[in-house]
Design a protein around this ligand. Structure first.
Ligand SMILES: Cc1cc2nc3c(=O)[nH]c(=O)nc-3n(C[C@H](O)[C@H](O)[C@H](O)COP(=O)(O)OP(=O)(O)OC[C@H]3O[C@@H](n4cnc5c(N)ncnc54)[C@H](O)[C@@H]3O)c2cc1C
Length: 211
């Protein structure tokens, strides 16, 4: 059978548009698909929350692919090891309280498990602002990354979310949009995994999302 380019184009446009429309209104919107955003998305999706993750870059996984100085290994302390276990990421004990894992296996497994748990990822989109109503953040203002990099003057669109998580890493872009002082990253190696889980649990423990 001869391939029909138009069928392929229609399939992509139709399915993507449907997804985008479906995720205009969510329980939780996460900005940034680094390890903390992915872990938060995983636990929230597992708890049956409707969760979307918006990532500026082409690939999700943030800064974890590169390990330390592009030596693609990650070190995780005992406290965060249970997350490696939950995701079935293999690791070795390097020294007391220090576990070492392959960053490629770690990131690809986080991505795969979060997606399978039901989290929806949109890459190549960035969040440029938050929506605030009645003194509460309840949505995000989004645009294509290509618009940002080309410095095009194109209006963004808005999505609605009961909760917004800033998982933009050290930049803390969203928190900085709201307030000017936001501390990031604790001294624990593997802290980004723990912070993702902690924020998911905090949201799950509220009864705002329960039906
Ligand atoms: C200086 C430095 C110190 C570090 N210290 C520690 C440490 O103490 N402990 C430790 O375990 N690890 C540390 N790390 C390494 C750590 O593993 C990585 O920084 C890790 O990737 C952080 O995960 P994250 O999910 O918080 O953020 P990131 O991996 O940085 O992911 C953030 C994601 O958000 C996206 N993003 C940002 N802004 C937007 C936006 N507006 N819209 C859409 N997407 C956006 C980015 O493209 C990126 O993919 C350090 C790294 C550095 C560079």
């Amino acid at each position: 059978m001869e391939l029909d380019d138009i069928t392929i184009s229609r399939a992509i446009i139709e399915k993507f548009s449907k997804d985008l429309l479906n995720y205009l209104d969510v329980d939780v919107a996460i900005v940034g698909a680094g390890p903390s955003g992915i872990v938060a998305a995983y636990y929230l999706a597992k708890a049956k929350k409707k969760v979307v993750v918006l990532e500026r870059k082409l690939s999700i996984g943030g800064g974890m692919w590169g390990g330390g100085m592009m030596f693609n290994k990650i070190v995780v302390q005992e406290k965060a090891k249970f997350i490696l276990d939950e995701f079935e990421i293999s690791y070795e004990c390097y020294d007391a309280d220090y576990y070492i894992a392959d960053s490629i296996e770690a990131v690809s497994t986080l991505c795969s498990q979060a997606t399978k748990a039901g989290a929806k990822f949109f890459n190549l989109m960035f969040v440029e602002d938050v929506r605030i109503q009645n003194e509460r953040i309840n949505g995000l203002v989004i645009n294509w990354s290509a618009v940002e990099t080309s410095k095009l003057h194109v209006d963004p669109l808005t999505i609605s979310a009961k909760f917004v998580i800033d998982a933009t890493g050290h930049a803390a872009e969203i928190a900085n949009t709201v307030v000017k002082k936001t501390p990031r990253m604790g001294p624990i190696f593997g802290g980004m995994l723990l912070s993702g889980r902690a924020v998911a649990e905090k949201i799950i423990s509220t009864d705002v999302l329960s039906v």
